[in-house]
Write a protein that binds this ligand. Structure first.
Ligand SMILES: CCCCC/C=C\C/C=C\CCC/C=C/C(=O)SCCNC(=O)CCNC(=O)[C@H](O)C(C)(C)COP(=O)(O)OP(=O)(O)OC[C@H]1O[C@@H](n2cnc3c(N)ncnc32)[C@H](O)[C@@H]1OP(=O)(O)O
Length: 374
């Protein structure tokens, strides 16, 4: 039976020790957290208590680098907040986490793959790098089922302490992702839109705030939500094919990119370029995207994956805790804006997408897509 919702999958997987998705909660939003691992441990009957983020955990000096304390000394409010968000832990806590048994028992091989219908995950354990290939034919649209399966695969990687980096790519060269599935936003009811938007928020928060290095290997067109997916990564390698496009083209569909799509774009290409790109719904060629910093590197199609891997190895040379703290410092204010108003954002989306005029626009856009082929 097709699994329709995140909650359905949560229920189904709860018994398998994977029931870690907690849509709507801050702790679920931010990567490989202490909380996540603690819950994973409990799922396997491992007696282990999540470290509290108190003063005692700010000592002693970390043997592999500066302590959290010496990087920056957050206020107690910050600490609570960071702890809840699970973005990072001070060194002492990190070290305790390292000793926590992983609930995933790997065979002694260097590679391990798992896949469900729409996501293939290939983990190279010798490198500590996983590749996630999206395979939702025909165009990798981000349907609720894909988002749900993606979230489950992501959670598995977050809970696998050997996984340090993830490469995001498409199983179908030519299309990275067609973005949000328009059919999920058309002709459905408010409950469905709510469920869908929660899953979109959840995926963005998890990817954007992940402590793992995330690199997008963009091997095809990447409009709207597809571009957003790429924007969550730390580095974007794109195939140098002028037929491909990338950008947040929501206005062309008669809809509006939510503020957190906008914020992610502004953080990447700056305010002025975003203003034009968003209002005009610009879809950029790879060369244009490189020029404005929407992507970081162009390579021939057949070099996208290998380049992503070699960039990954550079990023993984940086001491993990320092890189993670820096990433958190850069991104947390943006993620917090959504975390603080998740419910309101869902209400806005549901109200907006349910409007007759918006439904009409989406139907017309779908019709135009079909007619383009004829
Ligand atoms: C102040 C108030 C503010 C309030 C704001 C509050 C909330 C905000 C509200 C809404 C926010 C929503 C944000 C939305 C984000 C999105 O991502 S919307 C999706 C945008 N995506 C696109 O525009 C891409 C459209 N697709 C294409 O351009 C092309 O399909 C392609 C990806 C370039 C691939 O081209 P090609 O290989 O030629 O394939 P086809 O065009 O023939 O497509 C094959 C079939 O797939 C269907 N399809 C394509 N894209 C989608 C999609 N995104 N969703 C669902 N279906 C899609 C297409 O219709 C074809 O179907 P048929 O085979 O004809 O049945």
């Amino acid at each position: 039976m097709a699994l329709r919702t995140v909650s359905a999958l949560k229920r189904r997987l709860g018994g398998a020790g994977l029931g870690l998705l907690r849509s709507g909660q801050i702790s679920s939003a931010a990567g490989r957290s202490g909380a996540g691992r603690a819950r994973a441990g409990r799922g396997r009957g491992v007696a282990w208590t999540r470290p509290r983020l108190g003063e005692e955990q700010l000592g002693p000096t970390c043997p592999v680098g500066p302590t959290w304390e010496s990087v920056s000394r957050p206020s107690s409010t910050d600490r609570k907040c960071l702890g809840r968000a699970g973005n990072f832990l001070p060194c002492a806590a990190q070290h305790r986490l390292e000793k926590t048994p992983s609930y995933i028992d790997y065979p002694a091989t260097a590679r391990r793959s798992f896949s469900n219908h729409r996501v293939i995950v290939d983990m190279d354990q010798s490198l500590g790098v996983a590749t996630i290939k999206i395979k939702n034919p025909p165009v990798n649209s981000l349907s609720l089922e894909l988002l749900t399966e993606f979230l489950i695969g992501w959670e598995k990687l977050e809970n696998d302490k050997s996984c340090k980096g993830v490469i995001l790519t498409s199983n179908y060269p030519k299309i990275f992702s067609a973005g949000l599935d328009i059919l999920e936003m058309c002709g459905k009811n408010a409950a469905h839109y709510t469920e869908y938007w929660k899953a979109v928020q959840e995926l963005w928060l998890k990817l954007y705030m992940s402590n793992m290095v995330v690199i997008a290997a963009i091997n095809g067109s990447s409009p709207a939500g597809g571009c957003l997916l790429a924007l969550t990564s730390d580095y974007r390698v794109m195939a140098d094919n002028p037929k491909y496009t990338i950008g947040l083209n929501e206005t062309l569909l008669g809809i509006v990119a939510p503020f957190w799509f906008k914020d992610n774009l502004v953080n990447t290409i700056g305010n002025r370029a975003s203003e034009q790109a968003l209002q005009l719904g610009l879809l950029f060629s790879p060369a244009e995207a490189l020029k404005i910093g929407l992507v970081d590197q162009l390579v021939p199609e057949d070099k996208v994956q290998s380049t992503a891997l070699s960039v990954m190895s550079q990023w993984l040379k940086i001491p993990d805790h320092a890189r993670q703290l820096t990433k958190t410092m850069m991104r947390k204010p943006t993620a917090d804006l959504l975390l603080k108003q998740r419910e309101a954002d869902i209400d806005n989306f549901v109200r907006f997408i349910s409007r007759d005029g918006i439904q009409k626009s989406l139907h017309m856009y779908l019709k135009a897509l079909k007619e383009r082929k004829e």
